[in-house]
Each structure stands twice: as structure tokens, then as C-alpha cells.
Design a protein around this ligand. Structure first.
Ligand code: FE2
Ligand code: FE2
Length: 298
């Protein structure tokens, strides 16, 4: 399935993250990056600034620039504070998940609402990746570069969906949305291990499972463009979950924790339920989950 030429534009290659080498320990990349690579504090300062931008397109542009642009000198007055809310536009209105209207993929309106719901997830994902860059101090340099690359890819995903919504006569903010992703981000804001366990390894990984199901519905409705956009997103999301798995393993090892037992404890502590099958096994294994984990949850 090919995307229409206009859907991706010339920026695609620039923003495409280099897949991390899963065989390399996360910290090893900190000494092997190019000498022009931004320092961790510069990346953190730029990510904190992008996180605060309320305009969706402006935030996405700032996030995308993290991976490619020279960084400003960090603002000495800038404090990596304990801020809770990233910049957000006035719309969409955030409501309880049960109040988000569900629409089928059988109508133009329903498919636009579905793309809008995914655009909202991607907008949150931009903030989640930016948050991982700026909020956690004392991590290896590779942590900051990994999450900056993820932020740039999430910005691309948001842009693809926002552009497609515009082609369909809609825009981000046209439907209500919910705040579940961000609530988990804030519950895990003091602990990078909990963040890895419950955001990329739980919530983001769920996207690997459900995206092919959504693609099937869209394909049945003949919406090849939407299917192709979701395929691009799915391909990238495997990489994001892989980053989460790799850093989760690193942090468990550093703390002397058993990864399986630690996950159970973190899920209990933060009110999360284990992932439920059916799993997209192929994608999850590629993203670094083990057969043992899938068997335990399956
Ligand atoms: Fe994404
Ligand atoms: Fe992602």
C-alpha cells in the first residue's frame, strides 16, 4: 500500500529516526555519538520548551526539530521543574473516556473521527516523548537522544494525521478526546523505570496490537490512504516500544531488579492492569518483548 505523494512530503527522510541497535547496551551510545550532537542539557532545555507550546503544529515542529536542528544554549534560568501540564490547545475538549463518542469506520464521518482519535494519541505521544527527554535527570546521554528521536517521529505521525484530517474537511479539536495517556504519564513522573514499564511497554505497546485490527476495518471500507498512514505509524511504533523495552531492561539491571517481578510491582503501585491478548506477537517480539512475558500475560 503506497501513500499518496503529498501525504508524506520531503521531510520524511529527515525526521525518520535511525533504529537503535538492540544489541548495544543503552549507555554505550553516550560516548559514540557524533561530536556535533547536542548535549543532554541542551536537548532537555529544547524539549522542555517544546513541551510547553500549546499550538499543535508549533509543538510538532519544535519536537521534529529536536532530532535535526542545532540546539540553543540551555537557559541558565530554566528549571527542570515538576510541571504537570504540557501546552495544550483549547480544543479538543478532554472528557471521560466513556464520553468519547465511538463511531464506526463505515462512514466518512466515522473514519474522520477515528483518525482524529489517533491524532490525539499521537499529540499526546509527542508530549510523552518530550517529557521523557526533559523530566528525568542523570540518565545516560543515549536516553535523551533516543527519546528526542521518538518525539520527532511522533510529531511526524501527528502531522500526517492532521494533514489527512484537513483533506477531509476536519481539524484536530473537532471531536472530544480523553486524557488517559497523560494521566499515566503524570503518575510515573518521578520514576523513569515506572515510566518505561507503563507508558511505552504497556500503553504504547497496546497500539501494536490494535492497529492491524483498525487497519482491517479501514480496508473493508476501502480507505487505502488511512490504512497506509497507520502502517507507517505501526512501523515506527515498533521502534518506540523497543526503545522502552531496552531502557526498562537497563534500569532493571542497574537497580538489580528482576524485570518480570518488577513490572508486576510497578503495575500494582500505579493502578495498571497487565496487557490483555490477543497480542500482535510478531510486532511485540520485534519490539523486544520476550516469549516468557507474552506467555505470562497471555
Ligand atoms: Fe506515534
Ligand atoms: Fe510512539
Amino acid at each position: 500500500m503506497r501513500l499518496p505523494v503529498g501525504a508524506l512530503g520531503g521531510s520524511l527522510r529527515v525526521y525518520r529516526a535511525v533504529p537503535a541497535d538492540p544489541s548495544a547496551p543503552p549507555a554505550s551510545a553516550s560516548s559514540s555519538g557524533p561530536s556535533a550532537a547536542p548535549r543532554a542539557d541542551e536537548l532537555r532545555a529544547a524539549a522542555r520548551a517544546a513541551w510547553a507550546i500549546a499550538d499543535p503544529r508549533g509543538k510538532a515542529a519544535a519536537a521534529a526539530a529536536l532530532a535535526v536542528a542545532p540546539m540553543p544554549e540551555p537557559d541558565a534560568a530554566l528549571v527542570f521543574d515538576d510541571a504537570l501540564r504540557p501546552g495544550r490547545p483549547a480544543l479538543p475538549r478532554l472528557v471521560h473516556p466513556r464520553d468519547v463518542p465511538q463511531r464506526g469506520a463505515g462512514t466518512d464521518e466515522g473514519r474522520a473521527a477515528l483518525l482524529h482519535a489517533i491524532a490525539h494519541i499521537e499529540f499526546n505521544a509527542v508530549d510523552l516523548a518530550l517529557d521523557a527527554v526533559w523530566r528525568f535527570s542523570g540518565m545516560p546521554d543515549a536516553w535523551y537522544r533516543d527519546w528526542a528521536r521518538v518525539a520527532a517521529e511522533e510529531a511526524l505521525h501527528f502531522g500526517l494525521l492532521a494533514d489527512e484530517l484537513a483533506r477531509r474537511g476536519h481539524g484536530y479539536g473537532d471531536w472530544d478526546a480523553h486524557d488517559g495517556l497523560w494521566e499515566m504519564a503524570m503518575r510515573t513522573r518521578h520514576d523513569p523505570l515506572a515510566r518505561m514499564a507503563l507508558v511505552p511497554r504497556l500503553m504504547e505497546a497496546r497500539g501494536l496490537d490494535v492497529t492491524p485490527l483498525i487497519q482491517r476495518k479501514l480496508a473493508q471500507a476501502g480507505d487505502a490512504t488511512a490504512v497506509a498512514i497507520l502502517q507507517r505509524i505501526l512501523d515506527d511504533e515498533v521502534g518506540h516500544v523497543e526503545v522502552g523495552n531496552r531502557w526498562y531492561a537497563f534500569l532493571c539491571e542497574r537497580a538489580g531488579l528482576d524485570p518480570l517481578l518488577a513490572w508486576d510491582g510497578l503495575a500494582d503501585a500505579h493502578g495498571a492492569s497487565p496487557p490483555r491478548p490477543p497480542f500482535n506477537r510478531e510486532a511485540r517480539l520485534r519490539a523486544g518483548f520476550t516469549e516468557g512475558e507474552l506467555a505470562r500475560w497471555g
